[in-house]
Design a protein around this ligand. Structure first.
Ligand SMILES: [Zn+2]
Length: 414
Protein backbone atom coordinates (compact mmCIF):
# COMPACT_ATOMS: atom_id res chain seq x y z
CA UNK A 1 0.00 0.00 0.00
CA UNK A 2 1.08 3.47 -0.72
CA UNK A 3 2.44 5.41 2.20
CA UNK A 4 -0.04 7.81 3.73
CA UNK A 5 -2.59 7.40 0.99
CA UNK A 6 -5.43 7.24 3.47
CA UNK A 7 -4.28 10.11 5.62
CA UNK A 8 -5.20 13.73 5.58
CA UNK A 9 -2.31 15.89 4.67
CA UNK A 10 -0.82 18.91 6.31
CA UNK A 11 0.71 21.62 4.25
CA UNK A 12 4.46 21.62 4.46
CA UNK A 13 5.30 25.19 5.27
CA UNK A 14 9.00 25.43 4.61
CA UNK A 15 12.31 23.68 4.67
CA UNK A 16 13.41 22.03 7.86
CA UNK A 17 16.08 24.66 8.22
CA UNK A 18 13.39 27.22 8.82
CA UNK A 19 11.91 25.20 11.65
CA UNK A 20 15.27 24.64 13.23
CA UNK A 21 15.86 28.33 12.72
CA UNK A 22 12.77 29.07 14.79
CA UNK A 23 13.81 26.67 17.51
CA UNK A 24 17.32 27.94 17.65
CA UNK A 25 16.80 31.56 16.78
CA UNK A 26 17.05 32.70 20.37
CA UNK A 27 20.39 31.03 20.75
CA UNK A 28 22.08 31.34 17.42
CA UNK A 29 20.40 34.56 16.33
CA UNK A 30 19.63 33.39 12.84
CA UNK A 31 22.79 31.45 12.21
CA UNK A 32 21.30 28.19 13.44
CA UNK A 33 20.40 25.25 11.23
CA UNK A 34 22.07 26.89 8.30
CA UNK A 35 21.81 24.99 5.05
CA UNK A 36 25.14 26.34 3.94
CA UNK A 37 26.56 24.16 1.23
CA UNK A 38 29.52 22.22 2.45
CA UNK A 39 31.95 20.05 0.62
CA UNK A 40 34.74 17.70 1.56
CA UNK A 41 37.02 20.66 1.03
CA UNK A 42 35.53 22.04 4.21
CA UNK A 43 37.45 19.39 6.05
CA UNK A 44 40.59 21.30 5.26
CA UNK A 45 39.10 24.40 6.77
CA UNK A 46 38.32 22.64 10.03
CA UNK A 47 41.22 24.37 11.70
CA UNK A 48 40.03 27.77 10.56
CA UNK A 49 36.48 27.19 11.70
CA UNK A 50 37.52 25.73 15.00
CA UNK A 51 37.78 29.16 16.58
CA UNK A 52 34.32 30.34 15.55
CA UNK A 53 32.97 26.88 16.30
CA UNK A 54 34.14 27.16 19.84
CA UNK A 55 32.46 30.52 20.22
CA UNK A 56 29.20 29.09 18.96
CA UNK A 57 29.66 26.09 21.18
CA UNK A 58 30.24 28.36 24.12
CA UNK A 59 27.01 30.19 23.50
CA UNK A 60 25.20 26.92 22.96
CA UNK A 61 26.53 25.50 26.20
CA UNK A 62 25.22 28.46 28.20
CA UNK A 63 21.78 27.98 26.74
CA UNK A 64 21.72 24.21 26.51
CA UNK A 65 18.79 24.09 28.91
CA UNK A 66 16.62 26.23 26.61
CA UNK A 67 17.60 23.92 23.80
CA UNK A 68 16.03 21.06 25.65
CA UNK A 69 12.89 23.08 26.16
CA UNK A 70 12.81 23.84 22.47
CA UNK A 71 13.11 20.17 21.70
CA UNK A 72 10.31 19.29 24.06
CA UNK A 73 8.18 21.99 22.50
CA UNK A 74 8.83 20.48 19.10
CA UNK A 75 7.79 17.07 20.38
CA UNK A 76 4.63 18.47 21.89
CA UNK A 77 3.79 20.42 18.77
CA UNK A 78 4.12 17.24 16.75
CA UNK A 79 1.49 15.50 18.83
CA UNK A 80 -1.00 18.35 19.11
CA UNK A 81 -2.96 20.80 17.03
CA UNK A 82 -3.96 20.05 13.49
CA UNK A 83 -1.72 17.04 13.17
CA UNK A 84 -3.41 15.18 16.03
CA UNK A 85 -5.99 13.41 13.88
CA UNK A 86 -3.44 12.40 11.28
CA UNK A 87 -1.15 11.10 13.99
CA UNK A 88 -4.04 9.04 15.31
CA UNK A 89 -4.56 7.50 11.91
CA UNK A 90 -0.94 6.43 11.72
CA UNK A 91 -1.08 5.21 15.28
CA UNK A 92 -3.85 2.82 14.34
CA UNK A 93 -1.87 1.41 11.47
CA UNK A 94 1.29 1.22 13.51
CA UNK A 95 -0.62 -0.22 16.43
CA UNK A 96 -1.81 -3.12 14.33
CA UNK A 97 1.74 -3.90 13.42
CA UNK A 98 3.61 -3.27 16.62
CA UNK A 99 1.25 -3.51 19.57
CA UNK A 100 -0.48 -6.36 21.27
CA UNK A 101 -4.18 -6.67 20.42
CA UNK A 102 -6.32 -4.37 22.48
CA UNK A 103 -3.66 -1.81 23.30
CA UNK A 104 -3.39 0.80 20.63
CA UNK A 105 -0.25 2.86 20.61
CA UNK A 106 0.33 5.95 18.56
CA UNK A 107 3.76 6.30 16.99
CA UNK A 108 5.24 9.51 15.70
CA UNK A 109 7.34 7.60 13.25
CA UNK A 110 9.68 4.70 12.71
CA UNK A 111 13.38 5.30 13.32
CA UNK A 112 16.11 2.77 12.57
CA UNK A 113 19.28 3.31 14.60
CA UNK A 114 22.59 1.88 13.45
CA UNK A 115 25.23 1.83 16.20
CA UNK A 116 28.39 2.15 14.10
CA UNK A 117 30.87 -0.71 13.78
CA UNK A 118 31.04 -3.88 15.92
CA UNK A 119 33.54 -5.70 18.13
CA UNK A 120 35.52 -7.03 15.19
CA UNK A 121 35.64 -5.33 11.81
CA UNK A 122 35.01 -7.42 8.71
CA UNK A 123 37.39 -6.67 5.84
CA UNK A 124 35.48 -8.86 3.38
CA UNK A 125 34.37 -6.68 0.51
CA UNK A 126 30.91 -5.58 -0.57
CA UNK A 127 29.85 -3.15 -3.35
CA UNK A 128 29.76 0.51 -2.24
CA UNK A 129 26.22 0.72 -3.63
CA UNK A 130 23.65 -1.40 -5.42
CA UNK A 131 25.24 -2.70 -8.63
CA UNK A 132 28.54 -0.93 -8.00
CA UNK A 133 31.79 -2.50 -9.20
CA UNK A 134 33.78 -0.60 -6.57
CA UNK A 135 33.92 -2.38 -3.22
CA UNK A 136 34.65 -1.53 0.41
CA UNK A 137 35.12 -3.47 3.63
CA UNK A 138 31.82 -4.82 4.93
CA UNK A 139 32.39 -2.96 8.17
CA UNK A 140 35.56 -1.26 9.42
CA UNK A 141 36.79 -1.49 12.98
CA UNK A 142 36.40 2.21 13.78
CA UNK A 143 38.44 4.47 16.00
CA UNK A 144 39.00 4.48 19.75
CA UNK A 145 39.40 6.95 22.58
CA UNK A 146 42.95 8.27 22.99
CA UNK A 147 42.34 9.05 26.65
CA UNK A 148 39.53 6.71 27.62
CA UNK A 149 40.73 3.71 25.65
CA UNK A 150 37.09 2.98 24.82
CA UNK A 151 36.57 1.61 21.30
CA UNK A 152 34.16 3.46 19.01
CA UNK A 153 31.82 0.46 18.65
CA UNK A 154 31.26 0.47 22.40
CA UNK A 155 30.49 4.20 22.61
CA UNK A 156 28.17 4.06 19.59
CA UNK A 157 26.19 1.18 21.10
CA UNK A 158 25.97 2.87 24.51
CA UNK A 159 24.63 6.10 23.00
CA UNK A 160 22.36 4.23 20.56
CA UNK A 161 20.69 2.21 23.33
CA UNK A 162 20.06 5.41 25.28
CA UNK A 163 18.76 7.07 22.13
CA UNK A 164 16.39 4.15 21.57
CA UNK A 165 14.98 4.59 25.08
CA UNK A 166 14.64 8.33 24.62
CA UNK A 167 12.89 7.98 21.25
CA UNK A 168 10.54 5.33 22.59
CA UNK A 169 9.69 7.67 25.42
CA UNK A 170 8.87 10.25 22.75
CA UNK A 171 6.52 7.75 21.10
CA UNK A 172 8.68 6.60 18.23
CA UNK A 173 8.89 3.03 17.06
CA UNK A 174 12.59 2.13 17.05
CA UNK A 175 14.45 -0.69 15.35
CA UNK A 176 18.11 -1.30 16.21
CA UNK A 177 20.56 -2.64 13.61
CA UNK A 178 22.40 -4.20 16.52
CA UNK A 179 22.06 -4.23 20.31
CA UNK A 180 25.21 -6.18 21.04
CA UNK A 181 28.87 -5.79 20.12
CA UNK A 182 29.24 -9.50 19.34
CA UNK A 183 27.71 -9.43 15.92
CA UNK A 184 28.81 -9.41 12.28
CA UNK A 185 26.60 -7.22 10.14
CA UNK A 186 27.80 -5.29 7.08
CA UNK A 187 26.99 -1.69 6.23
CA UNK A 188 24.73 -2.71 3.35
CA UNK A 189 22.91 -5.19 5.58
CA UNK A 190 22.33 -2.41 8.11
CA UNK A 191 20.84 -0.22 5.40
CA UNK A 192 18.61 -3.10 4.35
CA UNK A 193 17.12 -3.22 7.84
CA UNK A 194 16.06 0.42 7.40
CA UNK A 195 14.86 -0.25 3.85
CA UNK A 196 12.81 -3.29 4.79
CA UNK A 197 11.21 -1.40 7.66
CA UNK A 198 10.50 1.61 5.38
CA UNK A 199 11.92 3.76 8.14
CA UNK A 200 11.12 7.46 8.33
CA UNK A 201 14.77 8.02 9.16
CA UNK A 202 17.90 5.89 9.24
CA UNK A 203 20.24 7.35 11.86
CA UNK A 204 23.78 5.99 11.95
CA UNK A 205 25.71 6.73 15.14
CA UNK A 206 29.50 7.14 14.90
CA UNK A 207 32.38 8.96 16.56
CA UNK A 208 35.17 10.58 14.61
CA UNK A 209 38.91 10.16 14.60
CA UNK A 210 41.79 11.82 12.78
CA UNK A 211 45.52 12.39 12.94
CA UNK A 212 45.17 15.89 14.38
CA UNK A 213 44.62 15.54 18.13
CA UNK A 214 43.53 19.18 18.29
CA UNK A 215 40.58 18.69 16.02
CA UNK A 216 37.19 18.52 17.73
CA UNK A 217 33.51 18.88 16.99
CA UNK A 218 30.53 17.11 15.55
CA UNK A 219 29.47 16.63 11.95
CA UNK A 220 26.69 14.84 10.17
CA UNK A 221 26.99 13.16 6.78
CA UNK A 222 24.55 12.59 3.93
CA UNK A 223 24.64 11.83 0.21
CA UNK A 224 25.05 14.42 -2.56
CA UNK A 225 22.10 15.35 -4.81
CA UNK A 226 23.90 13.50 -7.62
CA UNK A 227 24.23 10.20 -5.75
CA UNK A 228 23.71 7.42 -8.30
CA UNK A 229 21.79 5.23 -5.87
CA UNK A 230 19.60 7.57 -3.84
CA UNK A 231 20.12 11.14 -5.01
CA UNK A 232 16.34 11.56 -4.93
CA UNK A 233 16.53 11.29 -1.13
CA UNK A 234 19.04 14.12 -0.86
CA UNK A 235 16.61 16.81 0.25
CA UNK A 236 15.24 14.75 3.12
CA UNK A 237 18.64 13.35 4.12
CA UNK A 238 20.19 16.81 4.10
CA UNK A 239 17.33 18.12 6.24
CA UNK A 240 17.78 15.22 8.65
CA UNK A 241 21.52 15.90 8.80
CA UNK A 242 20.94 19.63 9.40
CA UNK A 243 18.27 19.16 12.04
CA UNK A 244 20.27 16.62 14.02
CA UNK A 245 23.57 18.50 13.88
CA UNK A 246 21.96 21.79 14.91
CA UNK A 247 20.03 20.30 17.80
CA UNK A 248 23.01 18.18 18.88
CA UNK A 249 25.41 21.11 19.01
CA UNK A 250 22.80 23.15 20.86
CA UNK A 251 22.20 20.44 23.46
CA UNK A 252 25.84 19.48 24.05
CA UNK A 253 27.90 22.58 23.39
CA UNK A 254 30.18 20.47 21.17
CA UNK A 255 31.70 22.34 18.20
CA UNK A 256 29.66 22.56 15.04
CA UNK A 257 31.89 21.25 12.23
CA UNK A 258 29.74 20.92 9.12
CA UNK A 259 27.41 18.67 7.16
CA UNK A 260 29.56 16.56 4.89
CA UNK A 261 27.93 15.55 1.63
CA UNK A 262 29.63 12.49 0.20
CA UNK A 263 28.79 9.40 -1.85
CA UNK A 264 31.64 7.34 -0.42
CA UNK A 265 29.68 5.71 2.41
CA UNK A 266 28.26 2.25 1.64
CA UNK A 267 25.68 2.43 4.40
CA UNK A 268 24.34 5.69 2.95
CA UNK A 269 24.48 4.51 -0.67
CA UNK A 270 22.52 1.34 0.11
CA UNK A 271 19.83 3.26 1.97
CA UNK A 272 16.48 3.80 0.29
CA UNK A 273 15.14 5.95 3.13
CA UNK A 274 16.33 9.35 4.44
CA UNK A 275 19.69 8.76 6.10
CA UNK A 276 22.43 10.52 8.01
CA UNK A 277 25.60 9.58 9.87
CA UNK A 278 26.12 11.41 13.16
CA UNK A 279 29.81 11.84 13.98
CA UNK A 280 29.30 12.79 17.62
CA UNK A 281 32.81 14.07 18.30
CA UNK A 282 36.50 13.21 18.02
CA UNK A 283 37.76 10.30 20.08
CA UNK A 284 41.26 11.33 18.97
CA UNK A 285 40.83 14.55 20.94
CA UNK A 286 41.46 13.60 24.57
CA UNK A 287 39.19 16.28 26.01
CA UNK A 288 36.31 15.41 23.69
CA UNK A 289 36.93 11.70 24.16
CA UNK A 290 36.55 11.98 27.94
CA UNK A 291 33.65 14.42 27.52
CA UNK A 292 31.72 11.81 25.51
CA UNK A 293 32.24 9.24 28.28
CA UNK A 294 30.57 11.48 30.86
CA UNK A 295 27.09 10.22 31.66
CA UNK A 296 25.57 13.70 31.99
CA UNK A 297 27.09 14.67 28.66
CA UNK A 298 25.75 11.46 27.13
CA UNK A 299 22.25 12.47 28.22
CA UNK A 300 22.67 15.76 26.38
CA UNK A 301 24.03 13.99 23.32
CA UNK A 302 21.01 11.68 23.26
CA UNK A 303 18.56 14.54 23.86
CA UNK A 304 20.20 16.55 21.09
CA UNK A 305 19.91 13.77 18.52
CA UNK A 306 16.32 13.09 19.56
CA UNK A 307 15.50 16.81 19.34
CA UNK A 308 16.90 16.83 15.83
CA UNK A 309 14.80 13.84 14.84
CA UNK A 310 11.72 15.57 16.31
CA UNK A 311 12.47 18.71 14.34
CA UNK A 312 12.94 16.69 11.15
CA UNK A 313 9.78 14.66 11.65
CA UNK A 314 7.63 17.75 12.18
CA UNK A 315 8.56 18.78 8.66
CA UNK A 316 9.19 15.54 6.83
CA UNK A 317 7.37 12.81 8.75
CA UNK A 318 4.90 10.70 6.81
CA UNK A 319 1.91 12.43 8.39
CA UNK A 320 3.14 15.75 7.09
CA UNK A 321 3.45 14.89 3.44
CA UNK A 322 1.61 17.53 1.46
CA UNK A 323 -1.43 17.03 -0.68
CA UNK A 324 0.61 18.47 -3.53
CA UNK A 325 3.38 15.96 -3.09
CA UNK A 326 0.87 13.18 -2.90
CA UNK A 327 -0.69 14.31 -6.17
CA UNK A 328 2.69 14.66 -7.78
CA UNK A 329 3.68 11.22 -6.59
CA UNK A 330 0.45 9.75 -7.91
CA UNK A 331 0.98 11.49 -11.23
CA UNK A 332 4.55 10.31 -11.42
CA UNK A 333 3.45 6.77 -10.68
CA UNK A 334 0.67 6.95 -13.26
CA UNK A 335 3.04 8.34 -15.86
CA UNK A 336 5.54 5.65 -15.08
CA UNK A 337 2.86 3.00 -15.42
CA UNK A 338 1.74 4.48 -18.73
CA UNK A 339 5.28 4.70 -20.00
CA UNK A 340 5.96 1.14 -19.00
CA UNK A 341 2.80 0.04 -20.78
CA UNK A 342 3.77 1.96 -23.90
CA UNK A 343 7.24 0.48 -23.81
CA UNK A 344 5.83 -3.00 -23.35
CA UNK A 345 3.50 -2.50 -26.27
CA UNK A 346 6.34 -1.22 -28.40
CA UNK A 347 8.52 -4.13 -27.39
CA UNK A 348 5.74 -6.54 -28.26
CA UNK A 349 5.19 -4.85 -31.61
CA UNK A 350 8.88 -4.86 -32.36
CA UNK A 351 9.12 -8.50 -31.43
CA UNK A 352 6.22 -9.31 -33.68
CA UNK A 353 7.75 -7.33 -36.51
CA UNK A 354 11.09 -9.02 -36.01
CA UNK A 355 9.50 -12.44 -35.94
CA UNK A 356 7.57 -11.62 -39.06
CA UNK A 357 10.69 -10.33 -40.78
CA UNK A 358 12.65 -13.38 -39.77
CA UNK A 359 9.90 -15.64 -41.03
CA UNK A 360 9.85 -13.78 -44.32
CA UNK A 361 13.61 -14.01 -44.60
CA UNK A 362 13.55 -17.72 -43.87
CA UNK A 363 10.92 -18.19 -46.52
CA UNK A 364 12.87 -16.13 -49.00
CA UNK A 365 16.07 -18.03 -48.29
CA UNK A 366 14.31 -21.32 -48.70
CA UNK A 367 12.84 -20.15 -51.94
CA UNK A 368 16.25 -19.00 -53.20
CA UNK A 369 17.90 -22.29 -52.28
CA UNK A 370 15.18 -24.22 -54.00
CA UNK A 371 15.55 -22.01 -57.03
CA UNK A 372 19.30 -22.55 -57.16
CA UNK A 373 18.95 -26.31 -56.86
CA UNK A 374 16.35 -26.43 -59.58
CA UNK A 375 18.45 -24.20 -61.80
CA UNK A 376 21.40 -26.51 -61.36
CA UNK A 377 19.22 -29.41 -62.35
CA UNK A 378 18.08 -27.53 -65.40
CA UNK A 379 21.66 -26.66 -66.30
CA UNK A 380 22.77 -30.26 -65.98
CA UNK A 381 19.97 -31.38 -68.17
CA UNK A 382 20.99 -28.89 -70.79
CA UNK A 383 24.68 -29.78 -70.74
CA UNK A 384 24.49 -30.80 -74.35
CA UNK A 385 23.20 -27.47 -75.35
CA UNK A 386 26.14 -25.60 -76.89
CA UNK A 387 24.68 -22.12 -77.15
CA UNK A 388 25.49 -20.11 -74.00
CA UNK A 389 23.22 -17.32 -75.09
CA UNK A 390 20.36 -19.71 -75.56
CA UNK A 391 21.04 -21.21 -72.12
CA UNK A 392 20.92 -17.79 -70.66
CA UNK A 393 17.59 -17.04 -72.27
CA UNK A 394 16.17 -20.38 -71.21
CA UNK A 395 17.50 -20.00 -67.67
CA UNK A 396 15.92 -16.62 -67.55
CA UNK A 397 12.56 -17.93 -68.55
CA UNK A 398 12.91 -20.87 -66.14
CA UNK A 399 13.79 -18.49 -63.35
CA UNK A 400 10.79 -16.35 -64.04
CA UNK A 401 8.58 -19.37 -64.07
CA UNK A 402 10.12 -20.66 -60.86
CA UNK A 403 9.79 -17.31 -59.18
CA UNK A 404 6.16 -17.16 -60.04
CA UNK A 405 5.71 -20.67 -58.78
CA UNK A 406 7.60 -19.98 -55.55
CA UNK A 407 5.67 -16.82 -54.98
CA UNK A 408 2.49 -18.82 -55.26
CA UNK A 409 3.75 -21.45 -52.83
CA UNK A 410 4.88 -18.84 -50.34
CA UNK A 411 1.38 -17.47 -50.20
CA UNK A 412 0.03 -20.90 -49.34
CA UNK A 413 2.71 -21.57 -46.73
CA UNK A 414 1.67 -18.50 -44.77
ZN1 LIG B 1 32.79 5.20 12.80
Amino acid sequence: MKKGSEKKKVKRSSACAALCGILLAAVLAGTGCSQAQTTPADQNRAGETAASGKTAAGIAAETASTGKTAGETAAQTAATGETASETAAIGETAGEEFSKPGEEKEYKGLIVIDPGHQQYGNSDQEPVGPGASQTKAKVSSGTSGVASGVPEYQLTLEISLKLRDELEERDYKVIMCRDTNEIDISNSERADIANDAEADAFVRIHANGCGDPGRSGAMTICQTPGNAYNGHLYEKSRALADCILDAYVLATGINYEYVWETDSMSGINWSQVPVTIVEMGYMTNSEEDLNMQDSQMQEKMVDGIADGIDAYMVQYGQENETEENETEEDKAEENEALENKAEENKAEENEELENETEENKAEENEALENETEENEAVENEKEENKSEEKDAVENGSEENKLEEKEAGESTYEK
